[in-house]
Design a protein. Structure first.
Length: 270
């Protein structure tokens, strides 16, 4: 993959928000129905989980854009307005959420686009209160189909998230010429890595392969959606997994894309 430098204005730091919690079923009851350890193994049906709307940060906290909205070029497909980041937020705004992963996966809904609008780009920047550090940037080629995609940066130390910094990411879809930066639709948001505690690690081991139960209980959004998304992709006929996915997205106000298919994963190892 091609790495380039990209300068984007400094975004002020954001505050951590609580995320999803399980409201109707106790954690002990969930653990009793332990499942096979591999996410590649079939997952048995069990009772559905119930997720609550996460609390949003206080007024004045910086936000990103989780809905692309209208672009500047009237010749761009109207469908691009539906580009959506699968992150917590308020309406079209995204807010900071947590991960314990060194290289977390990012999830997006992309609309159907013509062959001339298949150039995309993912950008990751670090913020430490002193300025912005460009961590990773890569071009992507879209399939043209509508559905949910996921992007995982390379598992290499220079791209790993550090716990003492907040990170700002961008996902662009370019209309016609990727060199014309005004001809693009984009979403952006914030992620911060936390240390994996022994208590959370124990909960994750007990919940395998439904780690999203423990992640969501502990407000770790990026890893909750990634674990559940991987289970949905490898167990497409599982009623409980499909319903949990729908409920998870419904809880953050993304009902309109909750039943969209997962169509592609970009594992950026190069």
């Amino acid at each position: 993959m091609i790495k380039k430098k990209l300068l984007i204005p400094i975004i002020q730091s954001v505050c951590t928000i609580p995320l999803l919690i399980i409201s109707t079923t106790s954690y002990l009851e969930l653990v009793q129905a332990q499942l096979p350890n591999s996410t590649q193994s079939p997952v048995k049906n069990s009772h559905f989980q119930s997720f609550q709307q996460p609390k949003l940060p206080r007024n004045g906290a910086p936000t990103g854009r989780r809905r692309a909205g209208a672009g500047r070029n009237p010749e761009c497909p109207v469908s691009l307005k539906r580009l959506t980041a699968l992150v917590p937020g308020d309406g079209g705004k995204s807010v900071l959420a947590l991960t314990v992963a060194e290289n977390p996966t990012f999830w997006f809904y992309v609309p159907q686009v013509p062959e001339t609008v298949r150039f995309a780009e993912f950008v990751l920047q670090a913020q430490d209160g002193k300025g912005v550090e460009n961590v990773y940037r890569t071009p992507l080629t879209l399939s043209g189909k509508s559905g949910i995609i996921s992007i995982t940066p390379p598992a290499q130390p220079q791209y790993f998230l550090k716990t003492d910094k907040k990170y700002h990411w961008y996902f662009h879809i370019y209309c016609n010429d990727p060199q014309k930066t005004s001809d693009n639709f984009y979403v952006d948001g914030f992620v911060q890595r936390q240390v994996l505690t022994q208590a959370l690690d124990n909960q994750l081991k007990a919940a395998k392969p439904r780690e999203y139960i423990a992640y969501s209980t502990n407000n770790i959004w990026y890893d909750a959606v990634t674990n559940l998304g991987q289970l949905r992709r490898t167990n497409p006929q599982n009623t409980a997994i499909n319903q949990d996915w729908v409920d998870l997205l419904n809880a953050i106000g993304l009902q309109d894309i909750a039943k969209e298919a997962i169509i592609q994963h970009y594992n950026l190892e190069n």
